[in-house]
Design a protein around this ligand. Structure first.
Ligand code: ADP
Ligand code: MG
Length: 258
């Protein structure tokens, strides 16, 4: 009894909650199947490590702030022109994040840009990367507020620790001058140091519409497109096509029932 109490105290002190929870049950099983001591210890440690990895992943996902959970398991590559499966799944291995490269997904609304951006972010979390997801407008506001409240240094340090920043929906809303400059500086600071993923409905020729200033846009594009993986998704909205397809199915006469 005393040794059990002592063991549980030690496990608590060493922060091994899974071992504390499972050692008795796994011990009984090990006894029944005559498992060597090392195998029992290994089974226990595997449980603890698996739980820790899960906790780390959950925390990374929470900090990433994805608006909706999307993965490549639910992405139909056959339904999306311009988002090649091979290329995308290669990016899912995250070497581009290690190399501080850029991914840009361009295409009309509904073609799966945010879905792929989130899926790449989730893959990065799975591989232990730190990810943050923003809309372009949202990030510009956060930067501007941090500057006006004199806490920009803190935000910079936070972003410094982020391996991948996803910036969704660039171009949906045209930015005021301060926001455009905030984003411009953000991109400049990250250039060749940390990865950025941008989704946009605007082809590069139209980016001046978002940033206003022609020279600033040219400088930005020069930096961003250097070492960038660019996808140009074409075609119609996935949901629109899905709804058309189900409408067509409904309007077809059901021959068997007749
Ligand atoms: P975008 O960001 O390009 O406007 P989204 O990624 O938000 O489009 O896609 C709109 C919806 O359609 C989402 O629910 C998304 O999961 C779904 N979707 C888009 N393309 C595909 C696809 N190829 N396979 C499965 N779902 C898709
Ligand atoms: Mg989107």
């Amino acid at each position: 009894m005393e040794s059990t109490l002592l063991l549980e105290t030690y496990l608590k002190r060493l922060r091994l909650p899974v071992v504390a929870r499972m050692y008795a049950k796994l011990g009984e099983e090990a006894g029944r199947s005559n498992l060597p001591y090392e195998r029992y210890l290994l089974a226990l440690m595997e449980q603890e490590v698996a739980q820790r990895e899960q906790n780390t992943f959950d925390l990374r996902m929470k900090r990433a702030g994805f608006p909706v959970m999307k993965t490549f398991e639910t992405f139909d590559f056959n339904a999306s022109c311009g988002i090649e499966k091979q290329r995308m799944l290669q990016l899912a291995e995250c070497h581009w994040i290690d190399n501080a490269e850029v991914v840009i997904l361009i295409g009309a609304p509904g073609v799966g840009k945010s879905h792929c951006a989130t899926a790449l972010g989730v893959e990065a979390c799975r591989r232990g990367k730190r990810v943050r997801f923003f809309t372009a407008e949202g990030l510009a506001t956060i930067i501007r507020e941090a500057k006006s409240e004199m806490v920009y240094g803190k935000l910079q340090r936070q972003m410094e620790r982020t391996d991948l920043t996803v910036i969704d929906e660039l171009g949906y809303v045209s930015l005021c001058r301060d926001s455009a400059q905030a984003l411009f500086h953000f991109f400049s600071e990250r250039h060749e140091r940390r990865s950025v993923l941008i989704t946009t409905n605007l082809e590069f020729g139209k980016w001046t519409e978002v940033f206003g200033d022609e020279r600033m846009t040219a400088a930005l594009l020069d930096r961003l497109t250097h070492k960038a993986h660019i996808f140009l998704a074409t075609g119609e909205s996935y949901r629109f096509r899905e709804s058309q397809r189900s409408r067509n199915r409904k309007s077809k006469p059901n021959i068997e029932r007749r």
